[in-house]
Design a protein around this ligand. Sequence first.
Ligand SMILES: Nc1nc2c(ncn2[C@@H]2O[C@H](COP(=O)(O)OP(=O)(O)OP(=O)(O)O)[C@@H](O)[C@H]2O)c(=O)[nH]1
Length: 261
Amino acid sequence: MIALTLSGWRRRLKKGWSWKKFGDGRSATVSMSSGCGGRRQSESGSSAEFSSSLTSSSLPPPRTRIFKIIVIGDSGVGKTCLTYRFCAGKFPEKTEATIGVDFRERLVEIDGENIKIQLWDTAGQERFRKSMVQHYYRNVHAVVFVYDITNAASFHSLPAWIEECKQHALGTEVPRILVGNKCDLQDSVQVNTDLAQQFADAHSMPLFETSAKNPNSQGDRNYGNSDHVEAIFMTVAHKLKSQKPLVLSQPPERRPLCWCP
Ligand SMILES: Nc1nc2c(ncn2[C@@H]2O[C@H](COP(=O)(O)OP(=O)(O)OP(=O)(O)O)[C@@H](O)[C@H]2O)c(=O)[nH]1
């Protein structure tokens, strides 16, 4: 079901529809296109992404579970940068407002199992999301709410985003996390951690403060010197894995993954 939907998305995206371009002119999406995203992934050192792509020809390939995680929040809070950071291992040089939705995927290994983390980077601007919003919320495994710690309005919008989830029948059993982004801009903080923590507690969500631009910056209190963005999404994946969601994907493709055009 989801595979068909995604094929449709891919076709539309290939036509240049709802696609975010970056400064280098290439798509940021790692696994949905045949661009150079995967190669960049390897260059950035996150080699786990493609580790399971070549399987022994004599063995039936293992099925890969997919976790669909939607990332929502006001325009400009850094949803694209966070998802790009996780999937491509770096901060994009330049972004444009997302139109509709962008997909990014990354294959990771958790406790010996290959799992595909599929991030749906949704448009923050109302005019760019209207027609597609119902698609975001189908078969969602987890939700990441993002606000910008330097923009109080983006924090005050969170109840509206939570309400939107409710309206699309997203039950409380679906794990949610709250991410305060742009922690590298400590001189411009408008949302202090205590306030954010109160909000997170009131909605039973864990809070993470981080920076897509510099995920090791001092403002991030969660993960010492490691890559916090990586750790945040991996935390969600571990939680999902323990919940054993449905198997949605086909076995991994057998073609060698050369991502060069
Ligand atoms: N300093 C700093 N800037 C960031 C960070 N994350 C994103 N930005 C900047 O914030 C702006 C918006 O980032 P996007 O990732 O496009 O925001 P978005 O939430 O995807 O926006 P929409 O697509 O309109 O919903 C860009 O200029 C980014 O460079 C961060 O962690 N630190």
